[in-house]
Design a protein around this ligand. Structure first.
Ligand code: ADP
Ligand code: MG
Length: 622
């Protein structure tokens, strides 16, 4: 079109589109759920705005918060329309082409190695999946603040924008028209679309309608048009006839009509919009919870979530919530941990989506959880900022943490691997043992670091979190063990929990610090993660037992009768030694009973950094 303005796609976006167009990825279905998810987001936005300003919704059909799917078999067009917030001209330019999101290059990179296109939505570039099935796409959009525009692109490095003077006015919202590729004919089949919506978009909270073909049976006059005219006149003239006569006439008429099949269209509702979190947990199947997780987290990998917790909180602050532990930690979970907002809990107030960026709902260390909170207690007609400061959020947060930690503990309680040797009746049993076996180790491998960060960050729940700690020790036989298990194995008279820190277990096993302890049968915990050093600065004790780093001063093993005598004999040597090394090298030289075969060892003072910590700090400043 002459009036169209042309734009180049931002370079990364262009590369992304190339990858998608040339992809041999077989599961092209995913484009539909991405478009429906965008439509749903757009509807969430307008509904949120309407809380404080009813006018924004408009009138008549425009005010209906719905998603409409239509097919044009002849022209090979599939269109998805929403009555959401819509996009201004500026939005279209920015959102669909010129501003690359942070996820764009990450996704491009991923796709070049072993990426799964299925995860496109998680990277915030789901829209471009339309080019899996279409070679030409039009986006018609109308935002309250602007005129109606058309964005169009054949994915040839550029797109065009024109003011829309030829299509039907949308009122408000967006219509995406996909001109389907030759090989994408299956998406012109209604049955296929119905299937896909069932499969991927069942839990979208707005009605999704398909302009479906209906075969209707219709009674038509058996004869030609003339006779039908006759019939009509007959009917009208019969108005004053007696009842009896009327009946007679009806009977006479019957053979004059016949039934034919006629094809019409009507909007068919494809999803059940009852929110899953409002349902009774007993009536929700595992499969439904899994599907809901997938749409919530945009995680359509094959693995189901490790666990979930669906509950209602009552009292001063009422809310319903569903929390999930994802099957895997996202790669960047601990990247710029303290500087980024990784909140992933969606907040609803009375069924209306408010925000998924409230980091007030969960502490940072639990940001790996996915889920949703819907509260009736919070006010609806205030700004996000006001809501963010609402006192109820503190209560909600507290309860969410509690429930989250319970859910994690339950994985351990139900894992047969965790409970070897325990009395059967003490082990919480539910469901399939095989499925639960090894689950806690799996959890620990993915999210263990979060538990450690929690111990550092969350003083109120420190003990609860310490229960969830796992580690290897001199007696764990290569498996993970817990503090409770350590304590159950403590020797009589042992007061402290012994641990040692270092880069890896193999190196630590050879440490002279362990010699004597091992000989005497004491168990020593191996802490080999850099975060462990910080962790142990916060975790002072557990169940009234102090933690003792065996490479630090203050290690007390049982007294030996010869201690005094030995001390006396070597008095001169220690004196000489201390003098020779001078005070800037060591604080003191002491006789100790911590060693067995090694003659001497460098120990850290009680309040000093361990050698391992020194190494970590050095690595950080470099
Ligand atoms: P994401 O949905 O993760 O933001 P997408 O690539 O799916 O990423 O969409 C990019 C952006 O385009 C969206 O953030 C939104 O601003 C805009 N957008 C896409 N579809 C619609 C729509 N139907 N209505 C309004 N805006 C839309
Ligand atoms: Mg999207």
């Amino acid at each position: 079109r002459n009036t169209a303005e042309k734009f180049e796609f931002q370079a990364e976006v262009s590369r992304l589109m190339d990858i998608i167009i040339n992809s041999l990825y077989s599961n092209k279905d995913i484009f539909l759920r991405e478009l429906i998810s965008n439509a749903s987001d757009a509807l969430d936005k307008i509904r949120f705005l309407s809380l404080t300003d009813k006018e924004v919704l408009g009138e008549g059909d425009t005010a209906k918060t719905e998603i409409l799917i239509k097919l044009d078999k002849e022209k090979r067009i599939l269109s998805i329309r929403d009555r959401g917030i819509g996009m201004t001209k500026e939005d279209l330019i920015k959102n669909l082409g010129t501003i690359a999101k942070s996820g764009t290059s990450a996704f491009v990179e991923k796709m070049q190695t072993s990426g799964d296109l299925n995860l496109i939505g998680q990277f915030g570039v789901g829209f471009y999946s339309v080019y899996l099935v279409a070679d030409y796409v039009e986006v018609i959009s109308k935002n309250n603040e602007d005129k109606q525009y058309v964005w169009e692109s054949k994915a040839d490095g550029q797109f065009a924008i024109s003011e829309d003077t030829w299509n039907e006015p949308l009122g408000r919202g967006t219509e995406i028209r996909l001109h389907l590729r030759e090989e994408a004919g299956e998406y012109l089949e209604e049955a296929k679309l119905k299937d896909l919506v069932k499969k991927y978009s069942e839990f979208i909270n707005f009605p999704i309608y398909l302009w479906a073909t209906k075969e209707v049976e219709k009674e038509v006059p058996a004869d030609d048009d003339e006779s039908s005219d006759e019939e009509e006149t007959k009917e009208s003239s019969s108005e004053e006839d007696t009842e009896e006569e009327k009946e007679e006439e009806e009977a006479e008429k019957k053979p004059k009509t016949k039934t034919i099949k006629e094809t019409t269209h009507e909007w068919e509702l494809l999803n059940d919009v009852k929110a899953i979190w409002l349902r009774n947990p007993k009536e929700v199947t595992d499969e439904e919870y899994t599907k809901f997780y997938q749409s919530l987290a945009k995680d359509f990998s094959d693995e189901k979530p490790m666990s979930w917790s669906h509950f209602t909180a009552e009292g001063d602050v009422e809310f319903k919530a569903v929390l999930y532990i994802p099957p895997k930690a996202p790669q960047d979970l601990y990247e710029s941990y303290y500087n980024s907002n990784k909140a992933s809990i969606k907040l609803y107030v009375r069924r209306v989506f408010i925000s998924d960026e409230f980091d007030e709902l969960l502490p940072k260390y639990l940001s790996f959880l996915q889920g949703l909170v819907d509260s009736d207690t919070l006010p609806l007609n205030v700004s996000r900022e006001m809501l963010q400061q609402h006192s109820s959020l503190k209560t909600i947060k507290k309860k969410l943490i509690r429930k989250a930690l319970d859910m994690i503990r339950k994985i351990a309680d139900e894992d047969p691997d965790e409970n070897e040797g325990k009395d059967k009746k003490d082990v919480e049993k539910s469901g399939d043992d095989d499925e639960k076996k090894g689950q806690y180790t799996k959890f620990w491998n993915e999210f263990g670091k979060s538990i450690k960060l929690g111990i550092i960050e969350d003083a109120a729940n420190r003990n609860r979190l310490a229960k969830l700690l796992r580690f290897e020790s001199t007696k764990s036989g290569g498996k993970l063990t817990s503090l409770d298990q350590y304590i159950s194995r403590m020797k009589s008279g042992q007061k402290d929990i012994f641990y040692i820190t270092g880069t890896n277990k193999e190196q630590l096993e050879k440490s002279p610090f362990l010699e004597r302890l091992s000989k005497k049968g004491y168990e020593v915990i191996f802490f080999t993660d850099p975060v462990d050093e910080y962790l142990m600065q916060y975790l002072m004790d557990y169940e009234d037992k102090k933690f003792q780093n065996v490479s630090k001063e203050g290690l007390k093993l049982g007294k030996d009768s010869k201690d005094k005598e030995v001390k006396e004999n070597f008095k001169e040597l220690t004196k000489w030694w201390k003098g020779t090394l001078a005070s800037e090298k060591v604080d003191d030289v002491k006789i100790s009973n911590r060693l067995a075969d090694t003659p001497c060892v460098v120990v850290t003072s009680k309040f000093g950094w361990s050698a391992n910590m020194e190494r970590i700090m050095q690595a950080q400043t470099l």
